[in-house]
Design a protein around this ligand. Structure first.
Ligand SMILES: Cc1ncc(C[n+]2csc(CCOP(=O)(O)OP(=O)(O)O)c2C)c(N)n1
Length: 357
């Protein structure tokens, strides 16, 4: 298969569970980056056409309303799904309809400002809306930034739940009249909870947080989806998945298989002719320039590999900045860095902002 293989292998079980619990096309599923909709396409009558995927006249590599009534939005990269879902939820409420609306967003796409703006708005709206956070710890490369750190803390919830049970047992064993000690232990437990479980953040924004759960356990995912259908207000379900699940080369190199060209299935080796493309030339030249000029830095919006910056990042880690899917912010820090460092604006100096689609 040519296309976004690793992202799709990671959502097989999640997609099956979504389609078994929700009644599409009345209920709406909005895929954020959209390249993870292949399984959804297979399950919604397009299996036989999959060999035509991303070919002229064939199936689109993204959801497309003209292709199927099950595709509720023509997705464009990236971070738009929660806004779209909220818009649909508002329209549904105005029409007094009752269908479910589900946005599926990756941890990479969640670093985009628009997704955070939408969470801010949706939390305050209190309308029924389900956001599924598909957390595979990967953007195209390893996910970066505060949101990513925050999610890795949420994954420690299991540890907290287990230790919490242990604390409860200890408290039960204390003799009667140990109220002060019990209060003290409870306060410490609460502080640890604050530290370890950032679901508080989603909850403080107005969402009910469910999870984290294993996104490859269909039964568990179905159960939590069933529960979410009966809850009122905005819900965030934190699902932990593995990018490339089930195909070893993709599990080991999810970034290489994020968007794969023709490859040998046995070995995972690419069959594409190895030519020096623009990104490679760009990356090599940049390393050459940066070796001579310590003031050259590279800024990327989650596109280190796609823009040929791997070597730069390895050689000059202090001068390499991956800001996440946040182009506006990247441009802003670029202009500011130039001003502070050079006393001039970007346009006058050799400064490279790296981005491509
Ligand atoms: C505005 C914007 N910046 C950067 C990109 C490049 N890009 C496409 S997909 C992607 C990673 C998405 O990661 P995630 O949402 O976690 O989805 P996954 O593929 O891991 O399931 C990036 C950075 C983009 N498409 N749009």
């Amino acid at each position: 298969m040519v296309g976004h293989l690793a992202s799709n292998l990671g959502v097989v079980e999640l997609t099956i569970a979504l389609h078994s619990i929700f009644n599409t096309p009345e209920d709406k599923i909005i895929w954020d980056v959209g390249h993870q909709s292949y399984v959804h396409k297979i399950l919604t009558g397009r299996k036989d056409k999959m060999p035509t995927l991303r070919k002229f006249g064939g199936l689109a590599g993204f959801p497309k309303q003209a292709e199927s009534e099950y595709d509720s939005f023509d997705t464009g990269h990236s971070s738009t799904s929660i806004s779209v879902a909220l818009g649909m939820a508002i329209a549904r409420d105005l029409e007094n309809e009752k269908n479910h609306i589900v946005a599926v967003i990756g941890d990479g796409a969640l670093t985009g400002g628009m997704a955070l703006e939408a969470l801010n708005h949706a939390g305050a709206m209190k309308t029924n809306l389900i956001v599924i956070l598909n957390d595979n710890e990967m953007s195209i490369s390893k996910n970066v930034g505060g949101i990513s750190l925050f999610l890795s803390k949420a994954r420690t919830k299991k540890f907290y739940t287990e230790s919490s049970r242990y604390v409860k047992k200890v408290v039960e064993m204390l003799p009667k009249g140990s109220n002060f000690i019990i209060r003290f232990i409870r306060r410490i437990k609460y502080s640890i909870k604050q530290l370890l479980i950032p679901n508080m953040l989603f909850e403080d924004l107005g969402f009910k947080y469910l999870g984290p759960i294993d996104g490859h356990d269909i039964g568990k995912v179905e159960n939590i989806l069933k529960i979410s259908k009966d809850l009122e207000g905005p819900i965030l379900i934190h699902v932990v998945t593995k990018k490339g699940k089930g195909y070893r080369p993709a599990e080991e190199n999810p970034d290489k298989f994020h968007s794969a060209s023709n490859f040998d299935i046995e070995t995972g080796e690419s069959k594409k002719e190895k030519i020096k493309d623009y990104s490679k030339v760009f990356g090599e030249k940049l390393v050459e320039i940066a070796s001579k000029n310590k003031k050259v830095v590279a800024i990327t919006a989650a596109m280190k590999d796609g823009t040929g910056l791997e070597e730069f990042a390895k050689k000059f880690p202090d001068r390499f900045f991956d800001v996440g899917i946040a182009e506006q912010h990247a441009v802003r820090i670029c202009r500011r860095t130039c001003k502070s460092w050079y006393g001039t604006d970007c346009s006058n100096i050799f400064f490279l902002l790296s981005e491509s689609f």
